[in-house]
Design a protein. Structure first.
Length: 135
């Protein structure tokens, strides 16, 4: 399990970020992905911190950098004007789409010599595990 985590942590964000503007965009990919995970309600900095395993200060800096690059926007919550919600911009949506395309391509490359049934079953198990851990 640790080898898989190390493998993906070194590759997925960097792979997408290369297409999105280079190594400095890795933080943008992570912040945008965390905000996208909360898309139904709109994310808060606290949500981003929790999802990325960071403190609020670190998450706030990542969100601010992604916002400055045009991937995120902050808006007052409709239900409580004291609260700020973070949402994806059109550029953020495009970055998420690029991330998903990269992940699909990487999965296809890594499992290219597997029988189709095994690929489908493994993808289903990965999705099940992600739901189970709340990812």
């Amino acid at each position: 399990m640790f080898r898989l985590v190390r493998f993906w942590s070194r590759r997925w964000a960097r792979g997408v970020a290369t297409d999105a503007g280079g190594p400095s965009a890795v933080g943008h990919v992570l912040a945008v992905d965390a905000v996208a995970a909360c898309a139904a309600t709109g994310a808060t900095v606290g949500d981003v911190a929790r999802l990325l395993g960071l403190d609020r200060s670190g998450a706030s800096r990542m969100v601010a950098a992604a916002e400055a690059s045009g991937y995120l926007e902050r808006r007052r919550a409709e239900s409580d004007a004291r609260m700020t919600r973070i949402r994806l911009t059109a550029a953020g949506d495009a970055l998420i789409e690029a991330a998903e395309q990269w992940q699909r391509a990487a999965f296809a490359d890594l499992t290219a010599d597997w029988p189709d049934d095994d690929r489908v079953r493994f993808a289903e198990y990965l999705q099940r595990l992600a739901v189970q851990v709340g990812a």
